[in-house]
Design a protein around this ligand. Structure first.
Ligand SMILES: [Zn+2]
Ligand SMILES: [Zn+2]
Length: 300
């Protein structure tokens, strides 16, 4: 977002600031961080995600979204612990882990770092070949697995923004993935053995998380993952263009979908019966979970 001389709607001073077109608001650089935190808090309350009595685990990737969320939750007085998963991606992961570590030290935030090596004896490329799935999808399953195992009944919080939510929604509408479309929600209730999951940035754009980090001098990793899915990039690009051309359209579309979801999918169509993996106890639809199956294949 461009920094311009504006009359701040919050403090009324003529200062350097941002024009947030989707809220039709001009706000100075001093007032913006508080405005951002307030929006996060309003979203948490609106969707009844968690309260200050809940223990929270934030998945801290080192990117601007999760960093701005961690900082906001901490400042708002929530009880947060950070989990960083180092997937051992060459030229990226170690530098990222260092940025996350420095941030948590500075912010006095409890941090646990888990390495891919703690779970597997090989790298993502090998695992993707063994699983016969794209690296990005294998990486996602492993991350989810580790997150659930490390949560210990804490609420799992992730830094998905409105851009992520609308990209996911658009992609699944274009390809009519009904099993995913019927479950779109910024909060996923806990099930036996699986923690509740919440996305407090679901109404906040990436432009805002970037501005928040930059104004507060929070260092973050901006290098895209070399394994990131190209399909995802297409839909992410659409959301950026939409937000620029029609400010507010992403929030309107997302909120509108949530309001209408039961018109399209009257009842929850999630009929999957989950049982405990006989090796590790993780909830799965099969007898042995996909991560344990991957471990077995690796041994063969
Ligand atoms: Zn101001
Ligand atoms: Zn298992």
């Amino acid at each position: 977002m461009e920094i311009r001389k504006i009359r701040c709607k919050i403090c009324n001073f003529l200062k350097e600031g941002l024009i947030l077109e989707h809220y039709n608001l001009k706000v100075c650089l001093n007032c913006f961080p508080d405005f951002f935190r307030k929006r996060v808090d309003e979203t948490i309350k609106k969707f009844k995600m968690f309260t200050k009595l809940d223990k929270i685990l934030i998945a801290l990737s080192g990117g601007k979204d999760s960093m701005s969320l961690a900082k906001s939750l901490k400042d708002l007085g929530y009880s947060v612990k950070a989990l960083h998963i180092n997937m051992e991606i060459k030229d990226l992961s170690n530098e990222t882990s260092l940025i996350v570590k420095n941030f948590c030290e500075k912010e006095n935030l409890e941090l646990k770092i888990v390495n891919l090596n703690d779970y597997f004896t090989t790298n993502l490329e090998e695992l993707s070949k063994i699983a016969k799935k794209p690296i990005c999808s294998v990486c996602g399953s492993i991350r989810r697995y580790i997150m659930n195992r490390e949560a210990f009944s804490r609420v799992i919080v992730t830094g998905h923004t409105i851009n992520d939510e609308v990209s996911f929604l658009l992609k699944n509408l274009i390809f009519w993935n009904d099993d995913l479309l019927c479950r779109i929600n910024p909060i996923l209730a806990e099930r036996e053995g699986l923690s509740r999951k919440a996305k407090p940035l679901c109404l906040i754009s990436e432009e805002e998380t970037r501005s928040f980090c930059e104004i507060l001098g929070i260092k973050y990793v901006d290098t895209p993952c070399p394994y990131k899915s190209k399909v995802y990039d297409v839909f992410k690009g659409i959301t950026l263009k939409l937000n620029e051309r029609f400010p507010g359209s992403l929030i309107g579309f997302y909120k509108g979908y949530l309001k209408r979801i039961r018109n399209f999918y009257p009842e929850k169509q999630d009929n999957s019966v989950l049982q405990k993996c006989k090796n590790c106890g993780y909830l799965t639809t099969a007898q042995v979970c996909s991560i344990c199956r991957l471990k077995e294949k690796l041994l063969e």
